[in-house]
Design a protein around this ligand. Structure first.
Ligand code: ZN
Length: 270
């Protein structure tokens, strides 16, 4: 989710939301975009996918709880408070403790790569996590959690690392269909929405999620999600006329992680 959300410090405390004209422009573009663009079709998919079923069928309860335990050992208060994003140096220190290398660099070409994990079975002496720092810090932080989850799955759960795992903005619907990716994204959702908070936010009935509400993060649960991201992370999604595709990919990510968190709560009460 590359770079157009408001940056902390720059817009903090100010209302940076678009005016009504822009909102209707956004809706118009979204409706127009839906059948034609990847982000439009991904949005429709994350709104309608059965997240509860995906969690039930592809996220093993014992593996989820084992990973939660590992994460609690690394981030004090994991699943009790939101994990704050940290300076890159802090991620590198975690790498030193857990014996992987961290490469954090800005990459702006091609599709919106967020990061990758390459474990020992790929032939590396030391496992490697790469995170793309072109993104907003909260996105960089969530990419790190995702890749760290692959590392822990390999070292603690014995998951195969024969292939490197790449993470792209555009892959959210696919992440639901691959167990390792689903586990990693579940850890991201827990980092962002600890259990107590998730219970409050996702107590509201989502009802049927309409694209026109999702486009502006409206409706009982999505409005709460929007408030939480602003409050906890100073993350405010700003519409970008120059790059509407990117805007919708951000949006798809927000809804994807929120729905995952809700599913983890409803299926496993974690
Ligand atoms: Zn992954």
């Amino acid at each position: 989710m590359r770079g157009r959300a408001s940056t902390p410090g720059r817009g903090r405390g100010k209302v940076r939301g678009p005016g009504p004209g822009i909102i209707s422009e956004r809706r118009r573009r979204l409706h127009g975009a839906k059948p034609r663009t990847r982000a439009g079709s991904n949005l429709a998919r994350v709104l309608t996918a059965d997240y509860a079923k995906a969690v039930r069928e592809r996220a093993d309860f014992d593996e989820v709880t084992a990973l939660l335990r590992e994460f609690r050992g690394i981030f004090k208060g994991f699943n009790r408070q939101p994990v704050a994003y940290m300076p890159i140096k802090a991620y590198a220190e975690i790498g030193q403790k857990l014996d992987f290398s961290l490469n954090a660099a800005t990459y702006r070409n091609g599709p919106a790569l967020r990061g990758f994990y390459a474990g020992r079975q790929t032939g590396l002496k030391r496992p490697l996590i790469y995170i793309n720092t072109a993104h907003h810090p909260v996105v960089v932080g969530s990419s790190f959690i995702h890749e760290l989850s692959h590392h822990l799955s390999a070292t603690v759960l014995g998951a195969s690392t024969r292939h490197a795992h790449f993470l792209f903005d555009a892959d959210y619907p696919r992440q639901l269909t691959v167990s390792g990716e689903l586990l990693a994204d579940l850890m991201v959702s827990v980092a962002g929405y600890p259990r107590g908070l998730a219970r409050q936010i996702f107590a509201a009935d989502w009802g049927h999620l309409e694209i026109r509400d999702a486009a502006d993060l409206q409706g009982p649960a999505l409005a709460e999600v929007k408030r939480h991201l602003a409050r906890a992370y100073a993350f405010r999604l700003a519409f970008d006329h120059e790059n509407t595709e990117q805007y919708f990919e951000y949006l798809v990510g927000i809804i994807h992680y929120a729905r995952l968190r809700q599913a983890l709560l409803s299926e496993y009460d974690l």
